[in-house]
Design a protein around this ligand. Structure first.
Ligand code: ATP
Ligand code: MG
Ligand code: MG
Length: 379
């Protein structure tokens, strides 16, 4: 039996552990918190990222190490990589941890991005605003997630307020100012690359965010035309440049019908949760297969899938359990504002049946407003 080491014990580790089991692999999870939700389904080592005594023992017990959390210090990842196979490799993780390095790589790979400039001082914020213009978003280069560590500037006059909020963090890790893109759609492409270089993508996913947090996804994204080929080719170029092994997500904006790169997540991703029931092989299973050096599975979709994200607290599950081909995922976490506590996926063979099932679930849960743009996208 192989043992898969996972750094970080959130819902992604939990779903990785659950899909490792049928492949005969056991997960061993590291998290600094004893109530990390992956600990309910896999053995948990409670340690922080600088606890090299605990990490030494962990490394001795696992065949390969991977991530649930992309902000594991690159130092820790490199230290582990001297003792055990680590996928994705620490250098790929390091690029994805820094929005500046990440966007620079996107451009080198032929993927345009919103205009951006590095900002380390208050003066540089003014200089960057003069180049990038307003509206714009100031983001921390590192450690941001779910829209945290960001400030939206509607006009040049918002610079003081933006600096008051993020300046202190900026002097530590640096900031980046990005042009605000009035995009037509947000898409993501989930991709996987094996240890032998085999590369695959799932069909593009369309995503809707509320307050910077993913709220709904629909896959395969309708009306994508040539964007699938473009996204796949770009993801492959990126993966090959990084020598990437495992699953990653590339978050994209569509502006004037063209793709712009927002960020990449060097791990399984929330916008790929639909693949558990909606694809022949899920992102979780293919990530486990990739890092263990097993053949990759078919990434084709079975039909259409729509995912609801549950933020803060779970709704009643009855409307989902009673629906046809709908699936409930409770992460076993305490309710807390802004926290991802679960998701539900509904699948259907075609757009017409998806619209009926989605509308019924949304009504049962009082989430009609959330479903409106998804129903609209279904036509
Ligand atoms: P994640 O949870 O996906 O890691 P994050 O905190 O890293 O999120 P981003 O992906 O940079 O943050 O931004 C969150 C959301 O905010 C995006 O999905 C998008 O909806 C919006 N957004 C971010 N940057 C821009 C931009 N330059 N123009 C327009 N909207 C943006
Ligand atoms: Mg991010
Ligand atoms: Mg994002």
């Amino acid at each position: 039996q192989s043992v898969l080491g996972i750094l970080g014990g959130g819902q992604l580790a939990r779903m990785l552990a659950l899909s490792a089991a049928p492949l005969g692999a056991q997960a061993l999870v590291v998290d600094s918190s004893a109530d990390a939700c992956a600990g309910q389904v896999a053995p948990l080592v409670v340690a922080d990222w600088a606890d090299y005594t605990a990490l030494e023992a962990f490394a001795a017990q696992v065949d390969v190490v991977t991530f649930d959390f992309e902000n594991v210090p690159a130092e820790t990842a490199r230290w582990l990589a001297q003792r055990v196979a680590v996928f994705p490799a620490p250098h790929a993780l390091a690029v994805a941890q820094d929005r500046l390095a990440e966007k620079t790589l996107f451009r080198e790979c032929g993927l345009p991005t919103p205009a951006f400039m590095a900002v380390d001082t208050r003066e540089q914020l003014d200089q960057a605003l003069a180049v990038v213009g307003a509206p714009a978003i100031l983001k921390t280069r590192r450690l941001g997630y779910d829209g945290k560590g960001q400030f939206r500037l509607r006009a040049l006059a918002d610079a003081d307020a933006a600096w008051a909020e993020l300046g202190a963090q900026g002097s530590k890790h640096g900031l980046i100012l990005e042009a605000f893109v009035p995009f037509e759609r947000e898409l993501s492409v989930l991709a996987v690359r094996g240890r032998d270089g085999d590369f695959r993508t799932w069909p593009l996913t369309r995503n809707w965010h509320t307050d910077g947090v993913l709220s709904m996804s629909l896959a395969p994204a309708p009306d994508i035309d040539v964007l699938q080929q473009h996204a796949t080719a770009l993801a492959r170029t990126l993966a090959e440049r990084l020598g990437y092994v495992g699953v990653f997500a590339l978050e994209l904006f569509v502006k004037d019908g063209e793709l712009l790169g927002n960020e990449m997540a060097p791990r399984v991703h929330n916008s790929g949760h639909w693949t558990i029931e909606g694809a022949h092989t899920s992102q979780f299973e293919n990530h486990v297969r990739a890092v263990l050096g097993l053949p990759l599975g078919d990434t084709g979709a079975r039909g259409l899938s729509a995912m609801f994200n549950w933020i803060g607290e779970l709704p009643h599950m009855a409307p989902v359990l009673q629906a046809v081909d709908a699936h409930w995922h409770d992460y076993g976490k305490q309710a807390r504002p802004g926290r991802k506590v679960g998701h539900a996926t509904v699948c259907a063979p075609d757009a017409a049946q998806m619209a009926v099932r989605l509308a019924a679930i949304a009504e049962g849960l009082g989430r009609e407003a959330q479903a409106v743009p998804v129903l609209h996208a279904l036509g």
